[in-house]
Ligand binder design. Sequence first.
Ligand SMILES: Cc1cc2nc3c(=O)[nH]c(=O)nc-3n(C[C@H](O)[C@H](O)[C@H](O)COP(=O)(O)O)c2cc1C
Length: 311
Amino acid sequence: MKIYFAPLDGVTSHIYRNAYADFFEGVDKYFAPFISPCHNPKLKGKEIKDLLPENNNDKVRLIPQIMANNAEYFVKGAKQIAEMGYDEVNLNAGCPSGTVVPKGRGAGFLKDTYLMEKFFDEIFEKLDMKISVKTRIGLTDADEFEEIMEVYNKFPFEEIIIHPRTRVQLYKGEPDMEAFDMAYRISKNKLSYNGNIFTLEDYKEIESKYKINSVMLGRGLLRNPNLAEEIKQNKKIEISKEKLRKFYDRVFDDFAADMSSDKHLLNKMIEMWNYWSYATTDQHKCAKMIRKAHNVQKYRQAVDEIFEKFI
Ligand SMILES: Cc1cc2nc3c(=O)[nH]c(=O)nc-3n(C[C@H](O)[C@H](O)[C@H](O)COP(=O)(O)O)c2cc1C
């Protein structure tokens, strides 16, 4: 089984990916958070920086992701991605954000299957690279998914990664396994499963039900960075306190070197600890300790205390 690291915008940038790959094993592909090509001829500097092969270490096999509903913009972005040396591009058909959905992008892309088909006709004709898609199951109702799958079935996708929730479900509640079952029955393309795999047991449940080649893990890997290796070895593996501390410090140091102000850095670390605090014995208290650390020195003290008392 191949393990994919899910894209999490604002979290799994090259800084996180590189640190992760230096410390942990088991991830076969990393999906980069989405970029949004627009009318400008070139991608933004920040977007290019995250994808440039020289900014991603050799252990990171990266698949760039584009969010677009305009085929011309998608093709333009994908061609720049190909120039960087990538042979695959992934389409984001799932972002639930209120700033993109009304414009027909992210999960909003799924609302009109006629336009979806036109979009795919054009990009498959104009691009000479592998195209995969990461998709939700609809905007408001899982009933929408069969028609969406019928569109995907008309095109030779590298694979279809399904996060079986509608847009309105955001990241809450249980994934809709009936919708995934339906896709599994009718898909002509290779499928990958994504959603709520937080433990080895969660993974085993998926593995026992479906013959698929890959699963994608997001929050589960952030909470427990050993999860990919646990899945590969089929056993729980403890991370030593020392290793975890070194990893967290590396992520902090690399973000510190990259960010212009301590305020941005501390906000980034608050976001990290929303996930990392799951590895402590008091998740809410530890996340709060980090939120209350208003400068770098206090942040370091809070991390010292967490490692002393809660890990
Ligand atoms: C903060 C955040 C940012 C995300 N950014 C992206 C993104 O850029 N592209 C994408 O396809 N999905 C994005 N997602 C969705 C995740 O890739 C994944 O589908 C979701 O977290 C469900 O998987 P999980 O239960 O394993 O975490 C994001 C999710 C979160 C919580």
